[in-house]
Write a protein that binds this ligand. Sequence first.
Ligand SMILES: Cc1cc2nc3c(=O)[nH]c(=O)nc-3n(C[C@H](O)[C@H](O)[C@H](O)COP(=O)(O)OP(=O)(O)OC[C@H]3O[C@@H](n4cnc5c(N)ncnc54)[C@H](O)[C@@H]3O)c2cc1C
Length: 410
Amino acid sequence: MDTDVLVIGGGPGGSAVAAHLARRGHRVIVVERDVLPRPEGFGVLLTPRSLAALQQLELSDLESFHRVRHVRLTCDDRSTSTTWPSHPHFPPYAAVASRQVFDQSLIHAAVSEGATLLAGHEATDPIVERGFARGANVTSRDGRSFEVRASYTIVADGANSRFGRALGTYRKPTWPYAVAQRVTYRSPLHDASEVELMLDLRDRAGTPITGYGWMLPAGDGTVTVGVMMMSTSPSFRVVNPTHLLAQVIDDHRSRWHLDPEPINSGGGGRIPLGLSVGPSAGPTYLLVGDAVGAANPLSGAGIESALETGTIAAEVVDEALQSGSAAALQRYTRLLAERYGPFYKVGRLSNRVLGQPPMSPRIGRLVAKRRLAADAFVRLATNELRPGRAGIAELTYRIGHTATLIAPDA
Ligand SMILES: Cc1cc2nc3c(=O)[nH]c(=O)nc-3n(C[C@H](O)[C@H](O)[C@H](O)COP(=O)(O)OP(=O)(O)OC[C@H]3O[C@@H](n4cnc5c(N)ncnc54)[C@H](O)[C@@H]3O)c2cc1C
């Protein structure tokens, strides 16, 4: 097969690139290892940034996702509810969607724009000629192997990114990453318009863990419970995320009226953070989403950055195809640095500071007690700082930014 653009992976990042490029009239093939739709649906949080990127894609199912207008922050016996921040570029609410429905609707958007989807097909290794990536060898579930040759390749194969590694990418080993685990229950509170974040994770010895737990009501009869643990936590290597999740469920089950048994077996994985994987561009390929480690280093949210990096990648590949010159791809790394650079640096440094034992419970208790602190915390964690404004979140960010100037390796 022969195409303009080959996209490896049909998750949020790959689907976003494919939809944007197919809409602009380019020939796009998406290779997705899984057979779609996937069997299990977990609720995922679509932050205001994610929703803005989905509006740009004109996703038809967007209105059907369950809107959440409030965030409850809980720490020990304290709890505050706040609204999502107002921002000139993002909606003042978030949404929760079943991951199965969300992924399906995104890939459907790409196919409706004209992209070809090869689901149940794995890209096994890149085709490299004279140092240039020219597509991939692909194997179907029934064992057929063939080549897909392309002018440009988008690596959107997620956190472990085997395809990226085959092209020479690597994750900076000293930068923070996260692990997350989740499971879904039926609950009569499934249509609550509030998500809850629990900021008081502790290991069995009572040592604070940097990260948070969450309750996501999806409006479809289910609530997904999850935990996110940052690698900067003192006991990161010895805490089992499944046990941590079980602890969170025990602590919050009765308030959320969770059924005794979950409806799925749960799942989880690693999330590389803060653009920790690179190089993000080669002469004929680009990395997007988790493949480039693009998730927000403060919150671990990776869908928004998968959609956004996918949109930026589509712009430069479009330019390369229109101009007939691959030089446009070299702008990608700079565009990522402009969009995320300073904020992600502050985020990585904050992640390390929060890993110092007294810090995360102190901040957790403060934001779960004072509404103004809660507002600032949510605005900062979701990267919704307002240009030219001097609220608590923006001032805190400026202090963090000054600190990064004397911590060059942050
Ligand atoms: C437990 C957990 C909960 C999370 N919850 C949230 C949340 O609520 N909100 C949020 O914003 N983020 C959340 N995240 C992070 C988010 O899931 C990821 O950051 C996001 O999915 C990244 O999108 P992506 O397209 O880059 O990669 P992925 O979503 O991982 O998609 C990669 C795709 O590539 C396919 N693939 C891989 N290798 C190949 C190959 N060789 N050939 C063909 N196909 C291939 C995979 O099957 C997959 O479909 C969570 C993560 C975890 C682990």
